[in-house]
Design a protein around this ligand. Sequence first.
Ligand SMILES: [Zn+2]
Length: 204
Amino acid sequence: MGSATVAMVAQWSPLSNLNISQRSDCRLRNNRHPSPRNRCTSRRIPNMVKLSLNLKAELAGVNNLAPADEDGDFTYFFKVECTSCREVHNNWVGISRNEEAEISGSKGNATWVWRCKNCKRESSASFENAPVSYDKEAPKPILTFECRGCEFVEFKPDGEWVCEGEESGTKFEGVDLTEDWYDYDEKAGAEVSIIDMQWEIKRA
Ligand SMILES: [Zn+2]
């Protein structure tokens, strides 16, 4: 009985020690880097949120719709909300995956760094993956990104997209999604279209 109790205590105590050591690690970092810029980062990094860009659309005769972004230079346009002051900014911001910007205070890099005009706080976003083609049978998020201090709230599909003839494999390039898209697949001898697009940004 007695030894069982000891074992339980022994099992439990490393966990409580872990919590203490995590907390004291912040203080340790303070001591190592006395500059206020290097205080415990958990308090200084604004809330991080993972978001994904999702599409729902009616694709007729085509599939595997994706932005023409093999080189990472496609520009994605978003409306941004500052999560500090909750202002949704009116202007569209354009972000490409191959961009890189430095976060102030040596906190590393992000795809995009931005300062809210309203509250002057800095926020950033990083793209986590190359775009995933929209497969109408099993749609997955097209993009996922990590936002700190801001959230993307709206997406505008400017730029050139690509898709393929469903049976024919015909490559369609320069697909314009700013409105319903119609074309003709000569190999299949059929009209093709992409209509009823609904873009949604969700928590990933
Ligand atoms: Zn703000």
